[in-house]
Write a protein that binds this ligand. Structure first.
Ligand code: HPA
Length: 280
């Protein structure tokens, strides 16, 4: 077995060698939301293809680079695009960047994604704070021998989505007049969108949102005791909720439409999270 810990360490050192910044907050920008990292100040951009052992994104709408830069005074490491299990990557591979974040000294991650809205109270373009998740991807990044250097064998997931961080997000959204709803995210493997019957099943088991990412990253982040804030953009209502088919183009268009709202919310949240993380 390859030593993921040593590989993550090597990638972290490689990335940090290119910048004097030492961010404590990592961002993962999902489908259509990657542009939020274009406006970082003092930015250093590292294509995934140059980072040792880093998986490369094949999904359309994912630029595939890590950007280290500043949002105001706050240094951040932002992933413009992520890889997914539906691309053929294992849960371990998908979460390798989170392992790298951890070895870079990142203490908090903000994960974003595009999701289908199951709760009928949502509408296209809504931003939803993830309160909890349901892992239906059939696997976990922690399958296999546990590496105690990353974390414990059986990590607690009761408070996977940090309460204080969610409170901060709600306060900052309210201050900016951005409606921010809250919900439970169900992750499926994809890449086909769900059937209406699957969406009805997900609704009944308590899911408000559905997507193909994020939960493996949350599990890996919690394994390393990084704190998590996760926000979905409802790029479309889930299958069968409205009487219309789903398309990737729609997902990308909605991401494009809300990205400036999303960016202003991130800008407001980041200094407050950074204060908390610095005091930890
Ligand atoms: N289902 C799954 N993943 C998604 C969706 C969806 O409806 N929209 C954006 N990502």
């Amino acid at each position: 077995m390859t030593d993921q810990f040593a590989l993550a360490d090597a990638s972290a050192q490689f990335i940090l060698a290119g910048t004097p910044l030492r961010p404590k907050i990592g961002l993962v920008l999902g489908s259509g939301l990657g542009a939020c990292a274009d406006s970082l100040a003092d930015a250093t951009r590292v294509p995934y293809s140059e980072i040792p052992a880093f998986p490369r994104s094949t999904a359309i709408g994912h630029a595939g680079q890590m950007v280290l830069g500043k949002v105001g005074d706050v240094p951040v490491a932002a992933m413009q695009g992520r890889v997914h299990q539906y691309e053929g990557y294992s849960a371990q591979e998908v979460t390798f960047p989170i392992r790298v974040f951890g070895r870079m000294g990142i203490r908090a991650v903000i994960l974003t994604n595009a999701a289908g809205g199951i709760d009928r109270g949502y509408s296209q373009g809504a931003l939803v704070l993830i309160r909890d998740h349901i892992n239906l991807q059939g696997t976990s990044p922690l399958v296999g021998t546990n590496d105690d250097r990353f974390g414990v064998r059986f990590p607690d997931m009761t408070r996977a989505y940090d309460r204080d961080y969610r409170q901060i997000a709600r306060e900052e959204a309210a201050g900016l007049n951005i409606p921010l709803l809250e919900g439970v995210y169900a992750a499926l493997l994809g890449p086909s969108y769900e059937t209406p019957a699957e969406i009805e099943y997900l609704r009944r088991i308590g899911a408000d949102l559905v997507g193909m990412s994020t939960v493996a990253e949350v599990i890996a982040a919690r394994h390393m005791e990084m704190k998590v804030l996760a926000i979905s953009c409802v790029t479309n209502m889930a299958a069968g909720i409205l009487d219309q088919p789903l398309s990737h183009a729609e997902v990308m268009e909605t991401g494009e439409r809300v990205k400036s709202i999303f960016e202003s919310l991130l800008r407001a949240i980041l200094p407050r999270l950074n204060d908390l993380v610095s005091r930890q």
